[in-house]
Design a protein around this ligand. Sequence first.
Ligand code: ADP
Ligand code: TRP
Length: 322
Amino acid sequence: MARILTGIQSSGVPHLGNILGAILPAIEMSRAAGNESFFFIADLHSLTTIKDAAIRKHNINAVAAAWIAFGFDTDKNLFYRQSMLPEVCELTWYLNCLTPFPMLANAHSFKDKSEKLADVNAGLFTYPVLMAADILLYNANFVPVGKDQLQHLEMTRDIAQKFNHLYGETFVVPEAKIDEEVMIVPGIDGQKMSKSYHNYIDIFQTDKELLKLIKSIVTDSLPLEAPKDPDTCNVYNIYKLIADSEQTANMRNNYLNGGYGYGHAKQELFDIIIAKYASAREEYQFLMNNPAALNHKLEKGEERARAYAQDTLSLVRKKLGY
Ligand code: ADP
Ligand code: TRP
């Protein structure tokens, strides 16, 4: 049985890019019979950048609700909020004291962030150690992450090996699991869809807001009658990631034949989102309107996670002479 663990950033309502590129593939992976998945909302990491409590609370709930709405099975797997297992903070301290300062100072993501952000706090600096504690606390075998997180995984491995070397076999040394064929969902302006570019599609909006947003997808200005190139059109490029092969072939033909306008394509994109994600959109609204139901699901995962966390910590304390 392989234990798969990953942290989900709680940086806002997940958009279509997050859903197609991260949520659905991770849920698919978690369904494999031989896998046991530990997925958690990295809401302690979020404090490095987000300071507002109300925004944090909303983001945590929105991310959790979206994963559950898309079918992440919280009974088969462990789904929890990082902050509800404060054991991870204690382990972070122990690991901090084994982490060489230059390793953190040389981290790409720290250098990047310290150039871009006005608030360069110590949390940003020790971010990778908290991440190592997230992983080592639960003895994960595999950690699915994007390429930008590879260096953090290398640090986790170094820290685990150092601890094992000094105090005897304690931690599983985890492996990164990188998906080489990552899908890149374009945003409404054709760049990669991202919160930072404000070009994202929030499928959880009302129908009216969603239609308005889809109508704002940037296209060229060819007239309705003209044949069009589907491959350079954002509407088609988003549609084909959601539609099945027959629907995609139909839209493709419509573009190539002419007599089909971008307005038609946008309406079809809207219709398919509404049809395909009807139950997820409904479940999401239900959970956002019923925080007690959402909380209950998360608390079950947190209770199970606590047993693992406490076992690891008591072993670590013993090894360290506490
Ligand atoms: P954002 O760029 O909106 O801040 P994040 O960096 O929080 O998104 O990404 C969260 C997850 O969603 C990551 O696994 C990332 O690879 C995936 N993801 C984000 N944007 C896209 C996209 N446009 N296409 C595919 N996957 C994406
Ligand atoms: N740093 C990761 C990211 O930015 C999120 C994260 C936090 C994480 N802790 C983790 C990922 C532990 C994997 C394992 O996406």
